[in-house]
Write a protein that binds this ligand. Structure first.
Ligand code: SF4
Ligand code: SF4
Length: 256
């Protein structure tokens, strides 16, 4: 996902689709089938990790060790994660007949052939999202006859919830890009803690339980119960906690 700058310049040569239809279809009959799951540089967001590790029934720390590489994305003050290709230079979740984790595939796999950009210019009120059509040279899906509006594509790919989580993540990423580590530098205790919250949700759950963290804040019992059994709710709590400790934001109320 791209964040647009203040004067809302769209990427060179790209125009938002708006309500215009686009042609696309991806199915086992296209000659390029599964080509885009090989040798791909694919960033993974916190929600992607959470969905994937739950899909395959693995702890997040083990998932990161086995399937993820740490990389330097656009944020100079916080590492990004990317899918580690296997020894055949394929996504590790590519099976003989297609994606093995289809219902839980990462946001980037769902969004293609669209690209999403969000204008967060505060004076414009609510953030505004734009979608662009993007095309890999080898992708034959664009030669198919099936037509979509952006709205139809988002619904078909179940992208609404992924996008909502991406927007919450974008707020965190913006916070991290302001170097909130207070002189600790990269890989200091605060940054390591933030890494755990964002990417290693099972490690964070252990930490929350060991330190009875939920009892330190005024949190309704109903939210506590949801957090206790739901990784997404825990991730949202973790984001609130990071905003509270790193930026003094009133996202949580400590008990006196
Ligand atoms: S997660 Fe699935 S769709 Fe995405 S690159 Fe891997 S195999 Fe392909
Ligand atoms: S290259 Fe395009 S059409 Fe081919 S499998 Fe990938 S998304 Fe589908």
């Amino acid at each position: 996902m791209t964040s647009l700058n203040q004067d809302k310049k769209f990427p060179e040569g790209m125009k938002p689709l708006g309500k215009k239809k686009f042609k696309f279809s991806c199915h086992p009959g296209v000659s390029c089938y599964m080509l885009c799951c090989r040798n791909v540089d694919m960033l993974l967001y916190p929600y992607d990790i959470l969905r994937l590790k739950n899909r395959i029934g693995m702890r997040s720390d083990e998932f990161i060790d086995r399937f993820v590489r740490i990389t330097q994305g656009n944020n100079p003050f916080f590492p990004s994660l990317a899918m580690q290709m296997n020894s055949k230079n394929c996504c590790p979740f590519l099976g003989d007949e297609g994606c093995l984790v289809y219902e839980d595939r990462p946001a980037v796999c769902r969004t293609y052939p669209l690209e999403r950009a969000v204008d967060r210019t505060p004076q414009k009120g609510q953030p505004q999202e734009f979608y662009f059509l993007t095309q890999h040279d080898y992708c034959k899906g664009h030669e198919e006859e099936k037509e979509w509006t952006v709205k139809e594509w988002l619904r078909d790919q179940n992208l609404m919830y992924y996008n909502a989580m991406a927007d919450v993540w974008a707020e965190m990423d913006t916070l991290f890009s302001q170097n909130p580590w207070a002189g600790e530098g990269a890989a200091g205790p605060k940054q390591r803690m933030a890494f755990m919250v964002c990417y290693n949700i099972d490690g964070f759950r252990d930490y929350v339980n060991e330190h009875s963290m939920l009892d330190h804040f005024k949190i309704p019992g109903s939210r506590k119960r949801i957090i206790a059994g739901d990784d997404e709710a825990l991730l949202n709590f973790g984001f609130d906690w990071l905003k509270f400790i790193l930026a003094d934001m009133p996202t949580l109320q400590p008990k006196r």
